[in-house]
Design a protein around this ligand. Structure first.
Ligand code: ADP
Ligand code: MG
Length: 355
C-alpha cells in the first residue's frame, strides 16, 4: 500500500506545532525510515498515519484512499511501539492473537495463526510464557508477531529497537530487515538513530521541527546531505563543518586553501564539510590541509578518531580525522588534516552547492 501525506499539520493544545504542513509519498512495499532528533514530530507523524492523532489540517491517504476521517481500526495498519505494549497477564499466544480476537476470528483459527507467526519469529518454544518471563529481545519479537498476525497492509514502527541493549539491537535490526524483505509490506520506521535508518531503509526522510528537510536513499543522504543539519546528523562520527570564505577563486577554510566550486563569487561565506573518514593525516605542512595539534585520540577498534585543535587565532576550532589501526599520531604533535576533495561538501546559505 502506498501512503501519501498532504499538507499535514498538527498543532497541539498549548500551541506546539508538531507537524508543519508536511508532504510525503511512500511507495508500495517500501521500508521507509523517519529520522530526526527527539521532539521533531516523528511519533506524531506515525500516530497520524495510524489514526491515533487527528491532524489539525491536511490529509492522510493509504492505498490511494483518503483515510483522514477513518478510525484506527479501519485503516489496516499495525503499529509496534517503543515499549511493545504487551499485555502482562496474557501468554505469548494470547498476546499475538489479540488483534484477531478483536476481529472475532474463531479461537482455533487465531491460535493456529499465532503458532504460525510465532514459528516464523523463533518464538515457538515460548508460547505459554507471559511477557514478564521473556527477555527484551523476545518481547520485541512478540510485539512484531502481534503486528504481523492480522496481515496488515502497513507496518508502523516507533523506535522498536531502542529498548534493546547495543548487541541485541544489531541482531534485531538484521532480523527486521530480513522479515520486511520477505513480507514486502509497506513499513514506516521511526528512529533517532542514523545508523539504524541507513542500515534498514530503502529511503529515509530526515525531519527537523515538524518538517521534512530531505528525502532520499541512504546512499544519497549520506553522500549529499542537503543542509548542514542533515550533514551533522548522518554518519557514525560527526561531520567536520568548517566556516570559510571565497577569495581569489579559492576556498579559504580553517587555514587551508581548497578548490572552489564554480559559480561562487569572491567574498561569499561558505561552510566546508568533510567526514573524519574522508580526511587523511599529514605530519608535514600542506596548503590544502587544516593545521592543528593532536589533542585527543579515541580508539574506534579498527581505527582511531583523532581530534586536532587549531592553533593561534583559530584556537577553538576542532577538526577530526579517522586514521587506520596502528597509525595513531602522538598527542601534542603538530599535524595537518587533508580533506579528500572528491568527498568534500560545500554549503552556501545552508544549501549544498557542491557536489
Ligand atoms: P518525536 O517522536 O520526534 O520525539 P513527538 O512527535 O513525540 O516527537 O513530539 C513533537 C512535539 O510535539 C514535541 O515538542 C512534543 O513535546 C509535542 N507533543 C507531542 N505530543 C503532545 C501532546 N499530546 N500534547 C502536547 N504536545 C505534544
Ligand atoms: Mg517519538
Amino acid at each position: 500500500m502506498t501512503i501519501s501525506l498532504h499538507g499535514l499539520t498538527k498543532v497541539f493544545p498549548g500551541g506546539v506545532r508538531a507537524l508543519d504542513s508536511l508532504d510525503l509519498d511512500i511507495g508500495e512495499g517500501e521500508f521507509f525510515a523517519l529520522l530526526g532528533p527527539s521532539g521533531c514530530g516523528k511519533t506524531t507523524l506515525l500516530r497520524s498515519i495510524a489514526g491515533l492523532e487527528t491532524p489539525t489540517s491536511g490529509t492522510v491517504s493509504i492505498g490511494g484512499a483518503d483515510v483522514t476521517a477513518l478510525p484506527p481500526g479501519r485503516r489496516d495498519v499495525a503499529m509496534v511501539f517503543q515499549d511493545y505494549a504487551l499485555f502482562p497477564h496474557m501468554d505469548v499466544t494470547a498476546n499475538i492473537a489479540y488483534p484477531l480476537r478483536i476481529q472475532k476470528v474463531p479461537r482455533a483459527r487465531r491460535e493456529a495463526r499465532a503458532a504460525e507467526v510465532a514459528g516464523r519469529l523463533s518464538l515457538s518454544e515460548l508460547l505459554g510464557r507471559r511477557p514478564g518471563q521473556l527477555s527484551g529481545g523476545q518481547q520485541q519479537r512478540v510485539a512484531l508477531a502481534r503486528a504481523i498476525a492480522c496481515h496488515p497492509k502497513v507496518f508502523l514502527f516507533d523506535e522498536p529497537l531502542s529498548n534493546l541493549d547495543a548487541r541485541l539491537r544489531l541482531e534485531a535490526r538484521t532480523f527486521l530487515k530480513r522479515l520486511q524483505d520477505e513480507l514486502g509490506v509497506t513499513t514506516v520506521f521511526v528512529t533517532h538513530d542514523q545508523g539504524e535508518a541507513l542500515a534498514l531503509a530503502h529511503r529515509i526522510a530526515v525531519m527537523d521541527a515538524g518538517r521534512i528537510t530531505q528525502v532520499g536513499t541512504p546512499a544519497e543522504i549520506f553522500r549529499r546531505p542537503a543542509t548542514t543539519f542533515v550533514a551533522s546528523f548522518i554518519g557514525s562520527t560527526p561531520m567536520n563543518l568548517l566556516p570559510g570564505e571565497v577569495a581569489g577563486g579559492a576556498l579559504h577554510v580553517a587555514g587551508a586553501v581548497l578548490p572552489a566550486p564554480p559559480g561562487l563569487p569572491d567574498g561569499e561565506e561558505i561552510v566546508y564539510g568533510v567526514r573524519p573518514e574522508y580526511a587523511d593525516l599529514s605530519a608535514v605542512p600542506r596548503d590544502d590541509a587544516f593545521p592543528g595539534t593532536v589533542a585527543v585520540l579515541e580508539n574506534l577498534g579498527t581505527s582511531t578518531l583523532v581530534t586536532l585543535e587549531g592553533g593561534g587565532e583559530d584556537g577553538d576550532r576542532l577538526v577530526q580525522v579517522v586514521v587506520p589501526e596502528g597509525e595513531d599520531p602522538p598527542v601534542g604533535a603538530a599535524a595537518w588534516a587533508v580533506p579528500r576533495p572528491d568527498r568534500a561538501l560545500v554549503y552556501h546559505g545552508d544549501r549544498l552547492v557542491h557536489p
